[in-house]
Design a protein around this ligand. Structure first.
Ligand code: HEM
Length: 152
């Protein structure tokens, strides 16, 4: 049997759809994050689900249909996300993973948390004073392995 992608292991598009639906319901009720997302459009949760699906080895729909990495990174520019907001984002997403019934095995949750920790820190970098060029990267692909060390 070939090793399944993380996307397949998680439960495919349906699982990521449930995840972001639950997550943004929690975000709207959260005093620290609700103001950050006050202007988000109706399709935001779905778009983040499509992004996560691509990252975890699913179809490359964010790249093909939604503007790819440059569009996603641009959405974070100038937002000045704080560490407290980032940490709350992570906490609510992990709570949402439980509520949405994503697999709870240690390997899946470790690799899931690994991307979320990395991705939220990258969102903070893009939202800050000296962001990297938005065109400089593709949508990351997260496997069961590790990333190389930070090169700036
Ligand atoms: C792994 C971490 C993250 C991922 C995968 C992610 C993903 C995305 C994506 C895909 C978009 C663009 C949606 C679209 O195409 O319409 C977006 C926009 C946005 N993100 Fe993130 N994000 C992350 C972390 C964060 C954090 C930590 C914050 C703030 C606490 C944040 C705040 C926002 C905001 C405010 C927008 C714009 C919403 C709108 O007005 O439509 N993101 N994010």
């Amino acid at each position: 049997m070939p090793t399944p992608s993380i996307f397949d292991w998680a439960g495919g598009d349906a699982a990521f759809g449930r995840l972001t639906t639950v997550f943004y319901t929690r975000v709207r009720q959260d005093p620290l994050l609700a103001p950050v997302f006050a202007e988000m459009d109706e399709q935001h949760a779905e778009h983040v689900a499509v992004w996560l699906a691509e990252v975890f080895g699913g179809p490359a729909r964010y790249t093909q249909e939604l503007g790819g990495h440059a569009h996603m990174a641009t959405k974070h520019l100038g937002r000045g996300i704080t560490e407290a907001q980032r940490r709350r984002w992570v906490t609510l997403l992990m709570d949402a993973a439980d509520e949405a019934g994503l697999p709870a095995d240690p390997e899946f949750r470790a690799v899931f948390a690994y991307y979320i920790e990395w991705g939220t820190r990258m969102a903070l970098v893009y939202s800050g004073d000296d962001p990297p060029p938005v065109q400089a990267a593709d949508v990351p692909r997260w496997g069961w392995n590790q990333t190389p060390p930070w090169t700036g």
